[in-house]
Design a protein around this ligand. Sequence first.
Ligand code: SAH
Length: 363
Amino acid sequence: MTKTILFDLTDAEREEFITQMGQPRFRAKQISEWLMRGAPNFSVMKNLPETLRAELDNVAQTLPVRIVKKLESSDGQTTKFLLELNDCEQIECVLMRTSYGNSVCVSSQAGCAMGCKFCASTLLGLKRNLTVNEIFAQILVAQWELRTDNFSSNPIRPNGDANNNDVSHIVIMGTGEPLQNVENVIGFIERANHDMGIGWRRITVSTCGIVPGIEELIKWGRPINLAISLHAPNDELRKKMMPIANKYSIREVMDAAWRFTDLHNRQLMIEYLLAGDKDGNLLNATPECANELAEILRGKNCMVNLIPWNAVAEREFTSPSGNAVHRFQDILIKNGVHARIRRERGNDIGSACGQLRLNNKKD
Ligand code: SAH
């Protein structure tokens, strides 16, 4: 028998479900509170009678996701979850404890159709879009982890902040292309803002540059952060790395992106992966590329995140040397373009896009 997912029910439906089990109404409210805290099962719901918890366990489950694997980086700051959905598809989400708060990177699709040549997420193609609840549940998994952290054996945690145990930032930068699932992504962001009080400005959507999707965000009108995965300063090179470049030119993508950020007076984030080819020749990380990129971005309100390529065994790229990365950054900065090198978080636990899911499939 398939179990009812209580998180997927409306308040009224949950009440009906509980009263049909012969329980008083207020139990439904108690359960709802547990669900919003991310309770992974019923046994943690200590304010419910034990018999009810056991009964619920037979007929229902809490969230539409189940933790398959949980990996923690050696510094204790990053936790990566491999989650299973009800149709057995798997997705990843990552909790990053930072000096500015607790950030969660969520997936928007199971798999990805974009085919970027350097990425692990897309290797098995797109399975399906995630629902609003499946995206939201990833935040709740992280929230639960933060709240139960106090009992964890790992002593190294940032502290001093009263909201230390809450998710404060969301990046939609996990598996999938969020603007291919724009309706559910918007639905999710609205809920994260409304139900969890996470400010628009603490939420970032990262896209490979789906222009109609950016138009949707413009119409929607919320002042979230937008990140564009640019990765190359000209269309010719970009086409070699990202098939989407055959559909939308850099000019079209950037025009739409600037319109979005101008509307909200926000800084645009540019994701720029730095990679070499399989023989180690710099591909998009040459000084010429840096100069060309600076041409596009000079005088604009943006921040370039330089991401040295995270090795993916199935992909024929190489990571550039630290020198090459710093030289690239220097050129941008000399041209007046803000640029920082993305600190690699949780590298030891396979945090690069889609690696965990991919490796689990191979096991
Ligand atoms: N589809 C969206 C969001 C998911 S990818 C997008 O393209 O923005 C999140 C970011 O990780 C993107 O910038 C992506 O290009 C980058 N990425 C993918 N594989 C990577 C790898 N192996 N190393 C470093 N960054 C990678």
